[in-house]
Design a binder for this molecule. Structure first.
Ligand code: RIB
Length: 280
């Protein structure tokens, strides 16, 4: 009597599985999928459109029931081109702000504002930002929210000299240390935690004390933040819930055949740790 009803498959496409953000996101996906008898098939395509298309078509050949697409390069046109004639329901994740369709997201603009208000409250006036050299839409929103608040309250603009760009990775943050120091800022806001963590090491190797010499703030609240030194102050995204929420929405679509475009927004909040301190 070993005849089991096999679980159906959902596809999950993430940009970078090496970032703990997406590990936690996938845990959220699994938690909901398992309960509803779905098995996730996960691919990490690292912003490579060719690879994304390849994975997508492979997933379709394996008769997936639906897709969670957490990927920046995948436009609605591409998605439609590859999957739509198969009528496979899909949910988009934050990086795809301009695309239509059902999605889960957070307010990146608000998150940026939260970060700026916090650093200003600590007395910082000259603040640098460290962002991606190839930013996705949501990162741009994050940085605009940040700049808006700093410029309104500080009555000065964050000029291009105070914007450091590097790859959105630990190595990117690490290698940007000299450029960040060259700004002379007393605080820096990094576009995500991975970058901020790389930067911590780069600064440490140059004998810079954090937060005494410079405050470092990240974004995401990945679980590493509690295990780096100093522990990283950040803006939290409810990462597990985002994965769970996207999957719930997807499974509803699969089960009820509903195609209305829905957007579900999740909250962000400040997590104060030790990498930031008062201006001195
Ligand atoms: O760190 C990864 C980033 O990619 C996150 O900030 C998240 O919002 C996603 O877009």
């Amino acid at each position: 009597n070993l005849i089991l009803k096999s679980a159906k498959t959902i596809g999950v496409l993430v940009p970078n599985i090496a970032n703990p953000f997406f590990g936690t996101f996938i845990e959220g996906v699994q938690s909901v999928a398992r309960e509803a008898d779905f098995i996730p098939l996960v691919f990490s395509a690292n912003k490579n459109l060719k690879l994304e298309k390849y994975y997508l078509s492979q997933m379709i050949e394996r008769s997936i029931s639906g897709l969670v697409i957490a990927s920046a390069t995948m436009t609605t046109e591409t998605i439609k081109e590859v999957i739509s004639f198969n009528d496979i329901p899909y949910i988009l994740f934050d990086q795809n702000h301009t695309q239509d369709g059902a999605r889960v997201q957070t307010s990146d603009y608000l998150g940026g504002q939260i970060a700026a208000n916090y650093l200003l409250k600590l007395g910082h006036r000259h603040i640098a930002v460290l962002t991606s050299n190839n930013p996705t839409e949501n990162l741009n929103h994050r940085m605009s929210g940040f700049k808006k608040v700093v410029e309104e309250n500080n009555l000065t603009v964050i000029d291009s000299q105070d914007v450091v760009r590097a790859p959105l990775t630990k190595a990117g943050g690490y290698e940007a240390a000299d450029k960040v120091l060259a700004t002379g800022a007393s605080a820096v806001f990094a576009a995500n935690d991975e970058m901020a963590i790389g930067l911590l090491r780069g600064l440490h190797e140059r004998g810079v004390k954090i937060p005494e010499d410079i405050s470092v703030m990240g974004y995401d609240n990945i679980y590493w933040d509690d295990y780096v030194y100093p522990r990283l102050t950040t803006v939290q995204q409810p990462i597990f819930d985002l994965g769970a929420g996207a999957t719930k929405m997807l499974i509803e679509r699969i089960n009820h055949n509903s195609y209305e475009a829905r957007v579900q927004s999740f909250p962000v909040k400040l997590i104060e740790r030790d990498s930031t301190g008062p201006y001195r």
